[in-house]
Ligand binder design. Structure first.
Ligand SMILES: [Zn+2]
Length: 243
């Protein structure tokens, strides 16, 4: 198919999506960066986690994070990870302290498998899957499944547009973002999925107790992803240390 570029979004569509971005940011404090200040060390560890996820295709261990590049001890690294988890920047296993995720990446298998270069990773949700393309600035291949029928959905996207979509009718469902006490991965991410079609979203909603939200074209979901993930790895390079 011909690439559908973000340039195709008309100004009224962008305005509507920008309002939705504002709503998601209200519900997920970490997306409003200034409201969740990170210390230089926390930011350094967070950036290292994202870089390692992209590099290894899995979550790094505390040992991998503290050896070499960050120059931080395992104790300091562990304390930073706990503070990042408390701020919902990453997700930690409460018992083992292992990293379970760092948006957009998930260490646990999810419905959204994302491949780039020689790596395969899992994304927290459909928007995060597209966010990996935005964050890394390269084309990714997303394999997902429709929550209603289990049908395969294949998407290729880069930071500027959707380059492949199968089935062509595929859409993204975004559950109503509301502020909650628990981390985003537990309540919002499971509500953001690719579906085969608008019809399958509507059929699925009939079986849900709480099913308010938004049906987005994949390009619109990529626009949201670009608002959340563009420059995430490059932001505040002066605080990013040697990573
Ligand atoms: Zn389906």
């Amino acid at each position: 198919m011909k690439k559908i570029s973000l340039d195709h979004l008309r100004p009224p569509d962008r305005a509507r999506l920008d309002a939705l971005v504002g709503q998601v940011e209200q519900a997920v404090p970490i997306l409003r960066e200034r409201s969740v200040p990170l210390s230089p060390q926390e930011r350094q560890v967070w950036q290292a986690v994202l870089h390692r996820f992209a590099q290894f295709g899995r979550a790094p261990t505390v040992g991998e994070l503290s050896s070499g590049r960050t120059g931080l001890s395992p104790e300091v690294t562990h304390a930073c990870l706990e503070r990042l988890a408390a701020k919902d920047v990453i997700v930690l296993d409460e018992r083992s302290g292992e990293i379970l995720g760092a948006y957009p990446f998930s260490a646990r298998p999810t419905r959204h498998r994302v491949s780039f270069d020689a790596q395969t990773v899992y994304a927290m949700c459909a928007v995060d899957a597209l966010g990996i393309a935005v964050m890394l600035g390269r084309e990714v291949r997303i394999e997902s499944r429709c929550p209603l029928c289990g049908g395969a959905i294949n998407v290729k996207a880069d930071a500027e547009g959707i380059t492949h979509l199968e089935p062509a009718s595929a859409v993204v469902w975004l559950g109503e973002p509301r502020a909650r006490a628990t981390c985003c991965a537990d309540w919002l991410c499971p509500e953001i999925n690719f579906f085969c079609s608008d019809e399958h979203v509507n059929q699925w909603r009939l079986g849900q107790a709480e099913a308010s939200g938004y049906t987005l074209m994949p390009l619109e979901a990529l626009y949201l992803a670009s608002r959340f993930f563009a420059g995430l790895l490059q932001r505040h390079p002066e605080e990013g240390g040697k990573i």
